[in-house]
Design a protein. Structure first.
Length: 676
């Protein structure tokens, strides 16, 4: 009851754009008559979508309906943990195990209160532990355990497979001799029954091949684009070099919420994070250590199988969002294997249980206060009434996008959310004209063809500027779509940009013409130089920083010396050529740095035929702004010639900041129509 109450308290917080947004969006489409895997592409199991679609039909299309189901499952999971721990002989520490599970929605905010396929797989896995233990005694319990394991697999395939293998082995080893084979067979029978029902249902709809392709063939075709290195344990208090670029994904979410993850993190925070990443493996080793004192109860081995399955969820992506699902069972495992004499409840054990419970209670209060202190009033429209807490959702960038869409869309209008924020479809009641709820890795040709066809009729495109290795670089994953958006779409003039804008709306605009020479793609071939105090030019050999696309332009950031700098390209100019770029944006975020545009400077484009440079155009920038300002130069006089094109910036005063940059958005050569 306590676990359900805590989860019920947390469902009012933090709208989730991707994990929960994907499922509520797809479930809403299914209620409207579309079919999973036929009309909507997905590579996860069908249970979360089918379950939520059924709940929507019964109770209405509201996020509260989805999260209500999670509340019920979490309450059952807490009961299962307590039951297993009690049968493991944990005594008063069984309450600690259950309390750790009950407090997870707060202490491990926010994933445990979301209707997310991994959250559901976790809850089914934990609930399955108790009936798997009782399967040693009863066929009915074995069937129930098998059904729950199958449900976990139908939410997240890899976790379900690991859970099935672990529990079958544990039940076989723990069952009494007269049930040594019968108990695991009953568990397997429950799982097979669910599998047959699922396969039969899709076969009757003529979609069995689609099901197999989507949840087996498609996931196996993915490469390890999204894999991340595991948190290093040595040296203590120091992050490994391969962890640092994505360190924000590794630290506990509450630490990131209260402290931010921007500079050099304190040693205590790194040590705590390293300890948490080590905890599942410490817990997995506990039964082997405890076994040295004598035989262990079957409950310990059953729970070890569950913990093992949930620990596999850390690979290949080893970030905090995957670790959280191994931490509550890791704490429960340690509680179950804490040294104690059989049949005795020592005062020392009671004191340990009291101390652990007090620590959990203090952490719970502190975490609740931190969440409440940062929660804001709902601002994403009536369909998403949750209070935003984290900076990304709480800021004005997302609320501006949703408010603009709600104000300008008509019923039935189509939009395309390009990256990974499908909750926007649900929040705006807009139609998604594609079968994709986000970027699907490894399906470039099919996705590009389908999306480009759909873009002909969309009213708006929503694009987030979050390119990086772990989210994919949109311009590399779907380059044809990126090129189409840059050519035919623009940020509306009346669109309200936020100060820290990470997501925006695009609308169809005038055709900017095809790109014949993409200077962004050639930036690694350009000659980068800076101008020193004496005015002399010096070459720069360091590679240019990799930057996310910003407001529909792919940017390059050119380093500057005290008197400016630039980049030179050797080009053959086509007929009717024209140089175009955006300038004047305030700042751009790199993988590890923030690059700000210098104030009071001169942008210029110059050409050389092998002698001195001739300036063809220049723009004086007084103060950078929130939008790209167009900068164009006619190059038609150089048609057919081999020239050096120079993009330069000259400051009005000496620049002393070694990180100073000139920011150019989408520099390119295009061809104008001479008849226009």
């Amino acid at each position: 009851m306590l676990g359900a109450s805590v989860c019920a308290f947390m469902v009012r917080f933090e709208p989730n754009l991707l994990e929960e947004g994907l499922i509520v969006h797809v479930a809403q489409r299914m209620v409207a008559g579309e079919h999973l895997y036929r009309d909507v592409v997905s590579f996860t199991g069908p249970l979360p979508f089918e379950l939520l679609a059924a709940l929507f039909r019964a109770f209405g299309e509201e996020i509260a309906v989805a999260r209500g189901a999670v509340v019920l499952l979490h309450g059952l999971a807490c009961a299962s943990v307590y039951g297993v721990a009690a049968r493991a002989g944990a005594g008063p520490l069984a309450h600690v195990a259950a309390a750790g599970m009950a407090s997870a929605p707060v202490l491990l905010f926010p994933l445990f209160s979301l209707f997310f396929h991994t959250t559901l797989a976790f809850e089914f896995s934990v609930i399955a532990a108790y009936p798997a233990l009782r399967a040693c005694e009863s066929d009915r319990w074995g069937w129930l355990a098998g059904i729950l394991v199958a449900c976990a697999a139908l939410c997240k395939q890899t976790l379900g497979v690991a859970l099935a293998a672990g529990l079958l082995a544990a039940v076989f080893a723990c069952a009494p001799r007269n049930r040594r084979f019968r108990a695991p067979l009953q568990l397997a029978a429950g799982g097979v029954a669910v599998a047959l029902v699922t396969l039969g249902a899709y076969a009757l709809r003529g979609e069995l091949q689609l099901l197999v392709h989507s949840i087996v063939v498609l996931p196996l075709s993915f490469d390890e684009t999204f894999s991340t290195p595991y948190m290093n344990f040595w040296p203590p208090g120091v992050l490994a070099e391969d962890v640092v670029p994505n360190k924000a994904l590794y630290f506990p979410s509450l630490y990131a919420l209260t402290h931010g993850v921007f500079g050099d993190e304190p040693v205590w925070a790194v040590l705590l994070t390293q300890l948490l990443y080590a905890l599942p493996f410490i817990a997995l080793a506990c039964p082997a250590l405890a076994r040295r004192r004598g035989p262990l109860p079957p409950a310990v081995w059953i729970h070890t199988a569950v913990l093992f399955a949930l620990t596999t969820n850390l690979f290949p992506r080893s970030d905090w969002g995957h670790l959280v699902f191994a931490l509550p069972p890791a704490l429960a495992q340690i509680a179950m294997t804490w040294p104690a004499r059989p049949g005795r409840v020592s005062r020392r054990r009671v004191r340990i249980a009291a101390g652990c419970s007090a620590a959990l209670a203090l952490g719970f209060v502190a975490a609740t206060w931190a969440i409440l202190a940062r929660a804001r009033e709902p601002q994403l429209g009536p369909h998403v009434p949750q209070n935003p807490v984290t900076g990304q959702v709480r800021g004005r960038s997302l609320s501006n996008a949703i408010a603009y869409l709600r104000q300008n869309l008509e019923p039935g209008d189509t939009i395309f959310v390009a990256r990974s924020e499908p909750l926007i479809y649900f929040a705006t009641d807009a139609h998604n004209p594609t079968p994709y709820s986000g970027v699907i890795p490894g399906m470039r040709e099919e996705q590009e063809r389908t999306i480009l066809e759909a873009l002909e009729d969309v009213r708006y495109v929503v694009m987030s500027d979050i390119d990086q290795d772990l989210y994919t670089w949109y311009r590399e994953e779907l380059p044809a779509v990126e090129a189409h958006l840059e050519r035919f779409f623009r940020v509306p003039e009346d669109y309200p940009l936020a100060r820290y804008n990470w997501i925006s709306v695009l609308e169809p605009g005038p055709d900017r013409g095809a790109t014949v020479i993409d200077l962004f793609d050639r930036s690694d071939q350009g000659h980068v130089w800076i101008r020193g105090r004496d005015g002399a030019e010096r070459s720069v050999s360091e590679p240019l920083p990799r930057l996310a696309t910003k407001l529909n332009r792919r940017p390059i950031a050119i380093p500057l010396g005290p008197r400016g700098g630039g980049i030179d390209f050797d080009l053959e100019i086509p007929e009717n050529a024209r140089f175009e770029a955006g300038i004047g944006i305030t700042a751009l975020v790199g993988e590890e740095d923030l690059f700000s545009q210098e104030e009071r400077c001169q942008f210029s484009v110059a050409v050389s035929r092998g002698d001195a440079f001739e300036t063809l155009g220049s723009v004086r920038l007084v103060k950078p702004g929130m939008r790209w300002k167009p900068f164009a130069v006619d190059l038609s006089a150089y048609a057919g010639e081999q020239i050096t094109l120079r993009l330069a910036l000259t400051p009005n005063k000496l620049l002393l900041d070694p990180e100073a940059r000139a920011l150019w958005g989408g520099p390119r050569i295009t061809v104008s129509n001479p008849n226009e």
